[in-house]
Design a protein around this ligand. Structure first.
Ligand SMILES: Cc1ccc2cc(C(N)=O)cc(O)c2n1
Length: 324
């Protein structure tokens, strides 16, 4: 019997490793058919020996039946929104406000720059390395418990890939629907005479707010982490960029376009380059997010009421409506 148990554990570890290679490193090292074969083998074993099933087994991604409603979750650390910039001048004024508060030269300022994903912000809590709860941002203080739906998203690990997981780690990120998943969903909806979604952001929101996880599971949703909320039992790197790399190293997907920029000129060129790449990314973005990279500086700058002083979203002009 425990020979079977070892076989299950071995399969789980192998499947988690290949999920990491595929979803986080974008570098699958076995063909999909091989992955599917192992997954089916594990499903078969767990079906024959249900007492061997563990909550974090790669097979346990779909909730049994629909919920009647969503429970509420209170964010221990508020999930804040970002202040906006709509021009270079706005961005330079943002940087000047920072300089006025901490006398530092603009060329010395390092920014962590990323595309601003047009999806929904979520909070995902791992306790001792296991995914235990997930919630929408909601109003920043209170969100909806969407744990069962989040567990169906393939690039979100049910277990962190580390021997020494933090006691508690809250991953904050954006859930979005790539263009391919959006077109596929609307084609199916049209064929079934159901309502179609106006844009991928609405489709992602509708998919996450499904009470039936079996429906969510069929939608092509992707997480890209952008930050950390609660963290206990581990000492974090002292820059934002290094923290994102750490998240990636323990199995959390991070956007591949994120870059460090030294000084305002490099930041503005990042903004333009991402603006040019916008139509080829395969997913919707509505600007860039530009953050002071040094955590100690972030903490010195703090927050203005709802938004951090140390970060700004520099938006693109509204895109002419996508014709679907
Ligand atoms: C602090 C914060 C809040 C919202 C965010 C939203 C995004 C985004 N939509 O990609 C990226 C970030 O780095 C964010 N950072």
């Amino acid at each position: 019997f425990n020979q079977i148990q070892q076989q299950c554990e071995q399969l789980r570890e192998t499947l988690r490793y290949h999920e990491y290679q595929y979803h986080v490193l974008d570098n699958p090292i076995i063909p999909d058919a091989e992955y599917d074969r192992m997954m089916n083998q594990l499903k078969q074993l767990e079906q024959n020996y249900p007492q061997l099933i563990t909550a974090d087994s790669p097979t346990q991604r779909v909730g049994a039946k629909p919920l009647a409603s969503f429970a509420q979750v209170r964010h221990e650390i508020p999930m804040l929104s970002l202040d906006n910039a709509f021009s270079d001048e706005d961005f330079l004024a943002f940087v000047k406000r920072i300089q006025d508060r901490i006398n530092v030269d603009t060329t010395d300022l390092t920014f962590c720059c990323e595309p601003k994903l047009d999806g929904l912000a979520v909070s995902i809590l791992y306790v001792d390395g296991k995914l235990v709860q997930a919630a929408t941002r909601g109003d920043g203080t209170t969100g909806e418990d969407i744990t069962l739906n989040i567990r169906t998203i393939r690039n979100i690990p049910l277990q962190l890939l580390t021997e020494h997981p933090p006691h508690r780690l809250e991953v904050r990120g954006e859930i979005f629907m790539p263009h391919m998943g959006f077109e596929q969903l609307n084609e199916k909806a049209l064929a079934k005479g159901e309502k179609t979604f106006a844009n991928p952001r609405n489709a992602a929101a509708g998919s996450l707010r499904q009470l039936d996880p079996r429906i969510t599971r069929q939608r092509m949703l992707v997480l890209n982490a952008y930050g950390i909320g609660i963290v206990e039992g581990v000492s974090l790197p002292d820059t934002h960029y290094a923290r994102l790399q750490w998240l990636k190293s323990i199995g959390i997907p991070v956007n591949s376009e994120i870059q460090l920029c030294q000084g305002v000129d490099q930041v503005l060129s990042f903004y333009r380059v991402i603006g040019e790449k916008r139509t080829q990314l395969g997913y919707d973005i509505d600007g860039t997010v530009l953050k002071i990279n040094d955590i100690a500086l972030q903490e010195r700058l703090g927050f203005i009421s709802k938004a951090p002083r140390w970060a700004i979203a520099y938006k693109f002009p509204a895109q002419e409506e996508l014709t679907v």
